[in-house]
Design a protein. Structure first.
Ligand code: SAM
Length: 264
């Protein structure tokens, strides 16, 4: 029986697992980080970007990123969004949100607590949707497993009929996660005017990076596609070596769609 099967099997649901980090001094990039899960004497290595494996183990995502590595991004974006809404005298209930890279629903839960009127989730892997339904049932009005750059007609219809006016995407842009093309497709599904609230690693906006985000975001702000309402640099989480990883959180007003030729 694999460790994941063991943890999920009825006989050992009460059995706890330990999380072990790599030895100090191992120089791992953020997209190379891993931990080991230990159940009894059995160990299994899991890369942080192997979300399928992480979501399959109930509680692992929260223990790993929130308890051990002190991730604060969903709370930061909720607080920033709440401040912007208060300044604009907009009721949270007016928000009809598309949460991109929704994972197991932590951002959706924050949005519900904020009072959002509707929350739709989208993620590219089945395991994320399954974990959201398992861990936070009812948080999303609907949760789609889909590739935003290749939506099936019924998926597109669902999102158009949802009458979305706000985009959120937290800790999901860049690396091998949501690419600029998928971000643009989601952004263009939001009404104009609308709101976009997202977090992104600071290197992806302040430096020339290979992900394409720094160029896209620069053009969006310069081209009056979007207007920043709030911007905050903050510590997203710690690395496995205990170093701070800085991100930038934006809440911005949408003024227009991202032209498709910007993504060529
Ligand atoms: C670090 S997790 C963040 C999850 C959640 N936003 C949170 O803050 O807890 C990144 C998520 O992005 C999803 N993802 C990666 N590429 C994607 C894509 N092209 N479209 C939608 N979701 C994607 C992953 O499956 C994963 O669930």
């Amino acid at each position: 029986m694999s460790i994941i099967e063991q943890i999920n099997s009825e006989t050992v649901t009460q059995v706890d697992f330990k999380i072990l980090f790599p030895e100090v001094g191992l120089d791992l990039g953020q997209d190379e980080e891993w931990c080991e899960i230990m159940v009894g004497t059995a160990r299994r290595r899991i890369r942080f970007h192997d979300y399928r494996d992480i979501y399959d183990i109930p509680g692992l995502y929260e223990r790993l990123f929130y308890d051990k590595l002190k991730c604060v991004s969903p709370r930061v974006i909720r607080t920033q969004l709440a401040q912007v809404l208060a300044e604009r005298e907009t009721e949270p209930a007016e928000l009809r949100v598309l949460d991109v890279g929704a994972g197991n629903g932590i951002v959706g839960e924050e949005l519900r607590e904020l009072g959002a009127g509707a929350v739709f989730g989208i993620d590219i892997i089945e395991e994320a949707a399954a974990a959201a339904h398992r861990d936070r049932p009812g948080v999303y009005d609907q949760y789609l497993v889909a590739d935003l750059t290749d939506l099936a007609p019924d998926q597109r219809d669902t999102l158009v009929e949802a009458d979305l006016n706000t985009l959120t995407t937290v800790a999901a842009l860049g690396f091998d996660d949501v690419p600029p093309q998928a971000f643009a497709a989601a952004y263009n599904l939001i009404s104009t005017p609308g709101l976009a609230a997202f977090t992104i690693k600071e290197d992806f906006v302040t430096a020339r990076d290979a992900s394409g985000f720094s160029e896209l975001i620069r053009r969006m702000f310069a081209g009056e596609v979007i207007c920043p309402l709030a911007r905050q640099r903050y510590r997203h989480r710690l690395s496995v070596q205990g170093e701070p990883l800085y991100y930038v959180a934006f809440v911005a007003e949408k003024f227009g769609d991202i032209p498709s030729d910007w993504l060529d």
